[in-house]
Design a protein around this ligand. Structure first.
Ligand code: CA
Length: 229
């Protein structure tokens, strides 16, 4: 059983979904606007939020960005927009998963359980250090040779994922699955773009890499540039 917050303005979806999720043993609170949902999410601290993107007062993605600035609560986007760009934007904005309308309560429930399992089952090292790069996982802060770096949440997750596997080649497919949580069909370009932003912040380029090494046709590997081979 989980404490869920459903943010959905459409009564014909909200009412049966609340009932079906309650029948599956969840405690469900609901909000029908983005601002009301944000308030609920902060006050009631649900285990997971199900968020409709088409809301009357504010776009669901905007609301998600506001929520992500202050909370790590798992979010599943429920969207009628099945175009891939919209879904990628949602995942980039910090959603944990998505369902495309029309979806069944059984499908949503399975996604909810999967997201909650993922959150619970991950033992996370509190810090990762590779050479002069130091990642404080709990505080979500990164420093390079003692200087703090300003990373977006996605850049942080990407760097953390690679640093935790330093010396190993990680495929773009794996990054899309594990960092973006796009189960299939995600765009490699999304990874490339974030890697180039990350390189800039680390003060390096693809042509003269220090930490981030592209392995052509395979993926990317994070190395300690100062390690003696
Ligand atoms: Ca709607």
């Amino acid at each position: 059983m989980a404490r869920l917050l459903l943010i959905e303005d459409d009564l014909s979806i909200r009412t049966p979904l609340i009932r079906a999720l309650r029948e599956r043993g969840h405690a469900v609170a609901a909000a029908h606007t983005a601002m009301n949902g944000l308030q609920h999410a902060l006050d009631d601290r649900p285990d997971l939020v199900v968020l409709d993107l088409g809301l009357p007062d504010l776009d669901g993605l905007e609301m998600l960005r506001m929520l992500r600035a202050v909370s790590r609560v798992p979010v599943i986007i429920a969207t009628a927009r099945d175009d891939e760009r919209e879904i990628v934007r949602g995942l980039d904005a910090g959603a944990d998963d998505y369902v495309v309308k029309p979806f069944t309560a059984a499908q949503l429930d399975a996604r909810i359980r999967a997201v909650l399992r993922r959150g619970a089952g991950e033992p996370v090292d509190s810090a990762v250090t590779v050479g002069a790069l130091h990642i404080d996982v709990r505080a979500r802060q990164v420093s390079l040779a003692g200087t703090g770096l300003e990373l977006t949440p996605r850049e942080f997750d990407l760097l953390h994922y690679l640093a935790a596997r330093a010396g190993q080649v990680v495929t773009k497919r794996e990054l899309l699955t594990e960092v973006w949580q796009v189960p299939y069909g995600g765009a490699d370009k999304t990874v490339d773009v974030h890697l180039s932003w990350l390189r800039r912040k680390l003060g390096e380029t693809a042509g003269a890499p220090r930490y981030l090494h592209t392995v052509r046709g395979v993926g990317v590997r994070l190395d300690d540039p100062d390690a003696v081979p």
